[in-house]
Structure formats: structure tokens, C-alpha cells
Design a protein around this ligand. Structure first.
Ligand SMILES: Nc1ncnc2c1ncn2[C@@H]1O[C@H](COP(=O)(O)OP(=O)(O)OP(=O)(O)O)[C@@H](O)[C@H]1O
Length: 278
């Protein structure tokens, strides 16, 4: 049977339709494993023998003062920055240090940067559709069945991010918070296994922060979520496990109560004014 004949068999599932994320093996360990990772910029160690493990389905908050290495840590996970030493594994099968940024993204690691970058002239629905189309594994010739699947997925994601009622509105009219949720939705379209979220509530209203807390805690379990956030109230509201970074290493790890009563944390971070520290 030719490839094109095969394409007309709508019940058939092709390899490129199956997210590579399904190849992530977490049967015997965490979804993300970083060991003794060091990154130097002109001799300065921005990350210094960092050890971090994230369990499958976990929601982890990362806090730490300015320059602690939070952004650099995310850059290492996504392949933007290469460490000088150490190991970084996604499940037990994928050595992330042997992969480039697009390969890492296609494994199911999605990153949400602080500033929303939605397409303002397009509707909420079209933004989500485009996020799916950006997935190179899906080719346009697979029409009917796939289109139905994409539509179902968009409906599901709209529900998750709370924007169902605004689906046909241009993204440009959304509030700042709604744009952030839409962008999270765009990442969700590709069914990531691990979501890295940078300062999700910066600039949000109290109400938007509450909604974001619900969204992120709701996502955990279905996927692993790592949140870098400076707003301590928000971290307290969502965090189960908190990792405190300082000078490129883990200073403390535990519940918010545990880390906030740790004298070394109080000294370097929580004792300082939040604005200063963040
Ligand atoms: N490309 C680079 N070249 C040189 N130094 C860098 C580079 N990237 C980061 N650094 C330095 O590495 C350290 C860690 O930076 P990083 O941005 O990871 O910290 P952060 O915890 O994200 O800080 P913030 O909370 O301010 O965003 C800082 O001292 C920063 O100046």
C-alpha cells in the first residue's frame, strides 16, 4: 500500500501523530533529573553544582533572589544554554544535553515566558489552532478526522483556561491575565509533559491571580509544572514543594512553611524586602 493510500485510512495512527512525549519513561524515576549542573559565564558560575528532580505530575515552585540562577536553570532545561558540567535527563530515556531546542520542545517540554506573545489580530480560537499547526508532526493532508480531533482539543483547552465564552474574540481585546491564560493554552495544545512557567502572575489583578492559581494547580497531575515566581503570596497559595535557589545552587527545599522557617533562607531571601529580593 502506498503512503498516500495509507493516509486515507482514517483509523490508522501514524508515528508522527503520536506525541514523542509518550516516549518519556518515568516508570523508575522522576520526569526531570538534573545532577551537578554547572554553567559559567566568563568564569562566573551562574549555576553551581545544581541538583534538582521533578516528579511526574508534580507542581514545583522555584524561588530565589535576583541572579540566583532561575532563568539560567530554565534555559538549560530547554536547551537554550549548555552547561559546562553535569547531567540533565527527561525521564530515564532522554539525555537533554544531547538534544537541541526544537528536539527538546518536541519531547513535550513547553516554556511560557513572562511576557505574553499571542497574535492579537487573531481570535482566541485561531491562536489555539495555530499553536497546533505549529506542531510539525501533523501534516495538513490528514483532514477530516484530524480536524475533528484538533477542534475537540481546542474545546478542551478553552475550557481549561476559562476562555470558552471568548473563543471568537480577537486576542487583542483580552485582559493581561486572559492573554497569559491563552498562551498557557497554546502550550497545552501540544500536550506537554513538562511546563516551565516564568512569573505567571506579574501584573495580574488579585482575581486573575486566583484564577491562575486554580489553572496551574489543575494542570498538575496531568503534566508536571515548574513555576518560577517572585510573588510570595501566590507561591504560598499554590506550592506543595518549593525549591529555593541561591548563587546557582539549591539552598533549601520543602513546603513553603519549611523553607520560610529555614534560617539560611530567611537570611538570604525572605528576610529581605520582597521587591528587592525578587
Ligand atoms: N548570558 C549571560 N552572560 C553573563 N552572565 C549571565 C548571563 N546570563 C545570566 N548571567 C548571570 O548569571 C546570574 C544568574 O542569572 P539568572 O538570570 O539565571 O538569575 P535569576 O534567578 O533568573 O534572576 P532574576 O530573578 O533577576 O530573573 C546573574 O548574575 C546573571 O547576571
Amino acid at each position: 500500500m502506498s503512503f498516500f493510500q495509507a493516509l486515507t485510512e482514517r483509523d490508522r495512527v501514524f508515528d508522527f501523530m503520536t506525541p514523542q512525549a509518550s516516549t518519556v519513561d518515568v516508570r523508575h524515576g522522576p520526569i526531570l533529573y538534573m545532577e551537578d549542573v554547572t554553567v559559567s559565564f566568563d568564569g562566573f558560575k551562574a549555576i553551581n553544582k545544581l541538583n534538582l528532580t521533578i516528579d511526574d505530575g508534580e507542581l514545583r515552585c522555584i524561588i530565589g533572589p535576583n541572579g540566583a540562577g532561575k532563568t539560567t536553570m530554565m534555559d538549560i532545561i530547554t536547551g537554550k544554554t549548555r552547561p559546562n558540567e553535569g547531567s540533565v535527563w527527561f525521564g530515564s530515556r532522554h539525555n537533554l544535553l544531547h538534544m537541541n531546542e526544537p528536539e527538546i520542545a518536541s519531547l513535550g517540554i513547553g516554556r511560557k515566558f513572562q511576557k505574553p506573545t499571542v497574535f492579537e489580530a487573531l481570535s482566541v480560537f485561531e491562536n489555539l489552532e495555530l499553536a497546533m499547526a505549529a506542531d510539525k508532526r501533523i501534516i495538513p493532508t490528514l483532514t477530516a478526522r484530524l480536524t475533528g480531533e484538533v477542534k475537540d482539543r481546542i474545546d478542551e483547552v478553552l475550557e481549561t483556561i476559562g476562555l470558552t465564552a471568548l473563543r471568537y474574540q480577537p486576542a487583542g481585546i483580552l485582559s493581561h491575565g486572559q492573554k497569559q491564560w491563552l498562551e498557557i493554552g497554546m502550550l497545552l495544545m501540544q500536550r506537554p509533559r513538562l511546563l516551565l512557567v516564568d512569573e505567571p502572575v506579574a501584573g495580574m489583578t488579585e482575581q486573575e491571580m486566583e484564577r491562575t492559581a486554580e489553572l496551574l494547580t489543575g494542570l498538575a497531575g496531568k503534566q508536571s509544572v515548574v513555576v518560577v515566581e517572585h510573588d510570595m503570596g501566590f507561591v504560598r497559595s499554590i506550592a506543595r514543594q518549593v525549591t529555593v535557589l541561591h548563587q546557582g545552587s539549591v539552598l533549601a527545599e520543602g513546603t513553603m512553611d519549611q523553607v520560610s522557617s529555614d534560617p539560611s533562607v530567611v537570611e538570604v531571601y525572605l528576610g529581605a524586602d520582597d521587591e528587592e529580593a525578587a
